[in-house]
Design a protein around this ligand. Structure first.
Ligand SMILES: *Cc1c(COP(=O)(O)O)cnc(C)c1O
Length: 382
């Protein structure tokens, strides 16, 4: 029997424990120390985010965003249904009602043209999710937000090191466009720290308050900078800072970001080139990257013509010791939210729930293993 190929394998650059040791030896291991600052500055400089705050997860960063925009009971937030639960949970926790948008025909990301008719006088924010690290059409979304005075919070969990090219021809990093953006460094993402995340703040009106919410509702950060004589409780907040242990781990990854990205892109390209003909012969779609988006090789997925064929493919790959997995169950059909959903049918979202399949994608996937996956798929008969 062939060695099994997992779906994901967290990649370690080798320097993680070295930097963790250093963090431990400095004697400060709680949050907002040397490594937290190094990571935040790295992201601000490389991607043009105005201000970054590391968090313990993308979920946390989304929760911070929901507090920052002052959501109140009954406010509405527009987002795709084909996404992870945290995208919605963060806003539900503040009492919001979620209004789900369908996915596009040619991409699991939300259909920008379906947003406007969902906007009401209760709408407060739009939350685009850059599925597979591929940008939503941000010009359309930012224009809508400006017209209707809404906030845009990018769920950029999968979108580190990916870009959007706007109508003006300028290439902007995902996460630098919305008022606020949330990233994940969970071990299933491109750049990892086990659990981990970041809030990027691009609208300066949120900067001071974000730091307070991050520090349990206190003005401790100002105190440490010598701006106030004592620190105290000044606002809502929670414990959103990661420890220096996590930040030092993340630093080792950031030093190798280009290498990690190049490797993932090479794997993605191999899949794409070698599966292209097979896919079109079998009525299977490969991922599409719109002209306005770059590809950060977060994910390689196939879309089958129906659920039966996808299930057959999963089982066939499993019999060859290869783990390929489906993805989200659309949130509007989830047991938690289906009774709260307004009943609109979201057919594309349902279709991705039923037919999308993700192939193994990780740094250490060898050429031999990629060929094994590709050859197994080619043996699969619809
Ligand atoms: C991974 C992911 C999250 C959650 O990230 P955590 O860091 O695990 O909280 C949220 N949204 C999307 C789209 C994701 O892919």
């Amino acid at each position: 029997m062939n060695k099994s190929i997992p779906f994901n394998k967290p990649y370690l650059t080798g320097k993680e424990t070295y930097y963790i040791n250093d963090a431990v030896n400095t004697g400060k291991i709680s949050g907002n120390g040397k490594y937290t600052k190094k990571c935040q500055t790295f992201f601000e400089d490389k991607y043009g985010f105005k201000k970054c705050l590391l968090t313990t997860s993308c979920t946390d960063a989304l929760e911070m965003a929901a507090i920052l925009i002052n959501l109140k009971e009954g406010d509405e937030v527009i987002m795709p249904s084909y996404t992870f639960v945290s995208t919605a949970n963060a806003f539900i926790l503040r009492g919001a009602k979620i209004v789900f948008v369908d996915s596009k025909k040619d991409h699991p990301g939300m259909d920008e043209d379906a947003i406007e008719k969902l906007i009401t006088d209760k709408t407060k924010a739009i939350v685009p999710v850059h599925y597979a690290g591929v940008s939503c059409d941000m010009d359309k979304i930012m224009d809508l937000a400006e017209t209707h005075r809404l906030f845009v919070i990018e769920d950029a969990a999968q979108a580190i090191d990916s870009y959007y090219v706007g109508k003006d021809g300028i290439q902007r990093a995902l996460g630098s466009i919305g008022h606020l953006s949330a990233f994940s460094f969970h071990e299933t993402k491109n750049i990892i720290s086990g659990e981990g995340g970041m809030l990027a703040i691009n609208d300066s009106q949120f900067e001071a308050r974000a730091e307070i919410i991050w520090e349990k509702g206190t003005n401790r950060s100002s105190f440490f900078r010598g701006e106030v004589a004592k620190y105290e409780w000044v606002d809502l907040g929670s414990s959103f800072l990661p420890s220096e242990i996590i930040a030092s781990f993340l630093w080792a990854q950031l030093e190798n970001l280009n290498d990690i990205q190049n490797k993932r892109k090479a794997i993605w390209t191999t899949y794409s080139l070698k599966l292209n003909q097979w896919a079109s012969n079998n009525n299977i779609k490969l991922p599409s990257i719109p002209e306005y988006a770059t590809n950060n090789a977060h994910m390689f997925y196939l879309t089958f013509d129906n659920n039966f064929n996808r299930t057959k493919a999963i089982e066939f790959l499993k019999s060859n010791n290869i783990l390929a997995v489906f993805h989200y169950i659309s949130l509007h059909t989830s047991s938690f939210y289906k009774s709260k959903h307004d009943g609109r049918k979201l057919l594309q979202s349902d279709r991705y729930t039923n037919t999308l399949l993700r192939l193994p994608m990780y740094y250490e996937l060898s050429d031999v293993e990629i060929d094994r996956i590709i050859n197994s798929l080619k043996e699969y008969k619809v």
